[in-house]
Design a protein around this ligand. Structure first.
Ligand SMILES: [Fe+2]
Length: 191
């Protein structure tokens, strides 16, 4: 072992328009700005009600002009998040559309109601929803996926299974199937 007693602390992402990103993470995700550096970096924390909230769980950094030019050359500067939504396969693993190597950023919420409330709020804003609500096999957690303004998928997760250290079960090998990714699969049937 080289690193001892480690926990995941924060994630840092580069964004196309930092003001739009801050608006999303404060208005939609109920986060707060802890500090800023000039007009190109912001530190964001989860709400004060989250008892583990620290100075920041996220750092958002504006792409430089040079980086924005590269995105523009690649035709990736303007995003239509609803386009991605339409390309989603009906079945199978989450297969989230992403705009970079980060597959998703997960935030914990207390329960299923917090997730259905979010679905309502996102629908009111006509904000795309990529997957869910559903329940993963591994972890047994309830999930919902939707994109942030740069297309980084956000996952809301609730009721994650305890790890073996606190009374959970030993590792299990899951089959590669859509039921593994979502044990509810046909969530419409639940309504
Ligand atoms: Fe996840």
């Amino acid at each position: 072992m080289v690193v001892d007693n480690m926990g995941l602390d924060h994630v840092a992402i580069k964004v196309r328009d930092i003001e739009q990103t801050i608006e999303f993470y404060t208005d939609v995700m109920n986060m707060a700005v802890s500090d800023r550096i000039g007009d190109s970096v912001a530190f964001l924390r989860t709400p004060a009600v989250a008892d583990q909230a620290e100075h920041h769980e996220m750092n958002v950094t504006q792409y430089s002009d040079e980086e924005l030019e590269i995105l523009e050359e690649r035709g990736e500067l303007e995003l239509d998040l609803h386009d991605f939504e339409e390309e989603l396969p009906e079945d199978g693993p989450p297969m989230l559309p992403t705009t970079g190597p980060i597959y998703h950023i997960a935030f914990e919420v207390p329960d299923y109601n917090a997730i259905t409330d979010t679905v309502e709020g996102l629908e009111e804003r006509n904000h795309p929803i990529y997957r869910g609500p559903g329940r993963h096999g591994p972890g047994n957690n309830i999930f919902l996926y939707f994109p942030d303004p740069d297309g980084y998928p956000i996952e809301l997760t609730a009721k994650m299974e305890e790890p073996i250290e606190v009374g959970g079960r030993p590792p299990k090998q899951w089959p590669e199937s859509s039921e593994t990714w979502n044990v509810w699969r046909k969530t419409d049937d639940l309504e």
